[in-house]
Design a protein around this ligand. Structure first.
Ligand SMILES: Cc1cc2nc3c(=O)[nH]c(=O)nc-3n(C[C@H](O)[C@H](O)[C@H](O)COP(=O)(O)O)c2cc1C
Length: 194
């Protein structure tokens, strides 16, 4: 698909058909996830792919799926054929920036202007969302209600921080999200100065 059409077509979908997604589509989506930039080429992004029904149901519970279905949405977390859990790891960045080529001239660690480990996983997530559309699929996002329980469920190590669940599948008829309005460009973009 043409790039700007792809961007305009992407939206968070909250209803999926149960049909499985092709393995090669999933492989390309995961490749896209790994093609995102990372500060200092730290590559601290990690992804857990979930297809097991019981595990999906437990994740859906953690994401309060019942709250969505009570509001009229489909069970879009347990009902998606695939969930991807994007994770970040601040310590990978800290270790990378303690390497020789990254230390400041006085030998001290870079002063982080922003937590780039969150920026980088956001870049990966966007690649996943766009790649899903390119594959003729759709994707959404749901946050967890209980991160410690999620860690326990998936055996996520202490250093690794899960961001949420990205359900992916073929879009089913969806309830329109109430948040489809967009801020005006003039309120978002500034030129030269704030
Ligand atoms: C960091 C982040 C967290 C989000 N969390 C949720 C969520 O928990 N549940 C949900 O249904 N949508 C969630 N969304 C989707 C947003 O509601 C959605 O992106 C926004 O309303 C704009 O709609 P669009 O992405 O379809 O353009 C999240 C999006 C982002 C980027």
């Amino acid at each position: 698909m043409e790039f700007y059409d792809l961007i305009r077509k992407r939206k968070m979908v909250r209803a999926f058909r149960p049909d499985p997604i092709p393995d090669d589509s999933l492989a390309r989506i995961l490749d896209a996830a790994q093609r995102a930039p990372s500060a200092g080429h730290s590559q601290g992004q990690r992804f857990i792919v979930i297809q097991d029904e019981t595990r999906k149901a437990k994740i859906a519970e953690n994401c309060n799926e019942r709250m969505y279905t009570a509001a009229g949405y489909a069970p879009f977390i347990s009902g998606a054929p695939v969930l991807i859990i994007p994770c970040t790891n601040e310590q990978i960045y800290r270790r990378r920036y303690r390497e020789k080529d990254k230390l400041l001239p006085d030998g001290s660690e870079f002063v982080w202007p922003a937590p780039y480990w969150y920026m980088d996983i956001g870049c990966s997530v966007m690649n996943i969302l766009l790649a899903a559309v390119e594959e003729g699929l759709a994707a959404g996002f749901a946050c967890f209600s209980d991160n410690p329980a999620l860690r326990e469920l998936l055996g996520i190590p202490e250093e690794v921080e899960p961001m949420g669940a990205i359900p992916i599948g073929y879009a089913a008829p969806d309830q329109t999200s109430p948040s489809q309005w967009r801020e005006k460009s003039k309120d978002i973009i500034r030129f030269e100065r704030w």
